[in-house]
Design a protein around this ligand. Structure first.
Ligand code: SF4
Length: 206
């Protein structure tokens, strides 16, 4: 059985990204930096309650009000400013439909030029909001790959992304699911210290 097959059998479909639309997905991707998803959910829930899961409404909302709602996600001043700036820039560019006309490479470069968006956030947005076949790499994925000798310690984000892109069919649904499944492994088994290999679905691949 393949790594993907083993993970899928162990955990089942992950239904990522947990958002009702592209704008909510992008907002969540910005808020999830340096915090856990539970905290993001609290901030999203505050925004939802105030009808603010929309770029059009975010740009009309005073920063101080956004900060109050985003507070549970941490770094709330920085995140509120980045979110408001991103919402303004996206709308000034013609909205998500307009951005969707860009090639995947152009779209990635566009997001990487925005404040506070690095490769992992940009690729998450490309995959989960724009449905582009871009594999997302995170700290869990790097750790798992290194422990299995699929990558060496010096291999960086780009090398890891090339590895998965080379090995997998270029399909959005597989990239979507595989990343989410690797996050499950990272959270539940492949801890920084004392990985739980004996109980892990990837143990046969060591
Ligand atoms: S088998 Fe061990 S090293 Fe491999 S992913 Fe699982 S916990 Fe990590």
């Amino acid at each position: 059985m393949t790594v993907y097959g083993s993970l899928h059998s162990a955990f089942g479909p992950q239904h990522w990204w947990p958002a009702t639309g592209s704008e909510e997905m992008i907002i969540g991707a910005l808020l999830t930096q340096n915090t856990n998803w539970k905290n993001v959910e609290k901030a999203l829930s505050n925004l939802r309650r105030n009808d603010l899961l929309s770029f059009h409404y975010i740009i009309k909302t005073p920063l101080s009000q956004l900060e109050k709602m985003i507070k549970p996600a941490g770094y709330f001043r920085q995140k509120s400013l980045r979110l408001k700036t991103l919402a303004e820039t996206i709308i000034a560019t013609g909205g998500l439909d307009s951005l969707d006309l860009l090639t995947t490479l152009e779209l990635r470069e566009w997001f990487l030029r925005q404040s506070g968006i690095g490769p992992e956030t940009a690729d998450s947005i490309l995959l989960y909001a724009f449905k582009r076949p871009v594999f997302v790499i995170d700290a869990y994925t790097l750790r798992i790959c290194r422990r299995h000798n699929w990558l060496n310690d010096k291999d960086n984000y780009r090398k890891a992304q090339e590895f998965f892109t080379r090995k997998l069919p270029l399909k959005v649904d597989i990239f979507n699911e595989f990343h989410a499944l690797l996050v499950q492994i990272g959270k539940n088994f492949c801890r920084t210290k004392k990985p739980l290999c004996q109980e892990c679905p990837l143990e046969p691949f060591l």
